[in-house]
Design a protein around this ligand. Structure first.
Ligand code: SAM
Length: 228
């Protein structure tokens, strides 16, 4: 199956696909954190984060010292939760400087020192050479909402998503797992795109709804490994 044939999507581009949107959002969230200590949006809710982390513990293939990276980490709350569960080799990257600043402030306040937050654009040319944190490989690569955001870039071009896929492929260690959580794409659409280069390892169960005889999920969490 060719990724270039993947043109089917049932949502439209939006400002959530622009860096300006995220820079402004994190400027507001930094102010709110400084004013009232609010850490900001937890995308898809805490349950969705817990489901991924609970699965990870059941899986047991990623131990607490293994290198972990959260792509498009935003406020970094996912990694903070991992630190609380004992993981100690944690990296978070986001292309918005505001996100990284917010994530660092929250970690400082929580006195968590084992997370390295860095600014990096995951679809930039040569990003896996340009940014030191992307020159390494990780046993666990996490995406919660970042592929969704990248898919919303105005004038969506599959080449942009393929650039992201290439980044994931290069930084995932040969025995590593890539966990993606999406609300814009269905399981079938995610498989259609990601299975060009990765193999489905696990579908993490998420709540489903039934309407008009059809069953669906609001959020999909999939685990992929390298193909070989
Ligand atoms: C929907 S938010 C999810 C944030 C976080 N993962 C969470 O679950 O709370 C998408 C994040 O992806 C980041 N992002 C979007 N495009 C990116 C890119 N090309 N490189 C790095 N980060 C990007 C945004 O700045 C934003 O923080």
């Amino acid at each position: 199956m060719s990724a270039s044939s993947d043109t089917k999507r049932d949502f439209v581009s939006s400002e959530l696909g622009t860096k300006e949107y995220w820079d402004q959002a994190y400027d507001r969230e930094i102010k709110s954190f400084n004013d009232v200590g609010d850490v900001g949006e937890i995308w898809f809710g805490e349950d969705s984060q817990e489901r991924v982390l609970d699965w990870l513990e059941d899986y047991g293939g990623v131990v607490t010292e293994d290198p972990v990276i959260d792509l498009g980490c935003g406020n970094g709350v996912m990694l903070l939760e991992m630190a609380k569960r004992g993981y100690s080799n944690l990296t978070g990257v986001d292309y918005s400087e505001g996100a990284v600043q917010l994530a660092r402030s929250i970690a400082d306040k929580e006195e968590v020192a084992c997370i390295d937050y860095q600014v990096a654009d995951l679809i930039a040319d040569d990003c896996t050479r340009k940014y030191t944190c992307l020159t390494r490989q990780y046993k666990l690569v996490i995406d919660k909402g970042t592929y969704d955001a990248i898919s919303l870039i105005p004038g969506d071009d599959i080449k942009t998503r393929q650039a992201y896929l290439k980044t994931v492929r290069q930084i995932l260690s040969s025995d590593g797992v890539f966990v993606i959580t999406s609300c814009n794409w269905t399981k079938e659409q995610l498989l259609h795109f990601w299975e060009t280069d990765f193999k489905l390892f696990k579908t993490i169960p998420t709540p489903s709804f039934q309407f008009g005889g059809k069953k669906g999920s609001t959020v999909t969490s999939l685990v992929f490994t390298h193909k070989s």
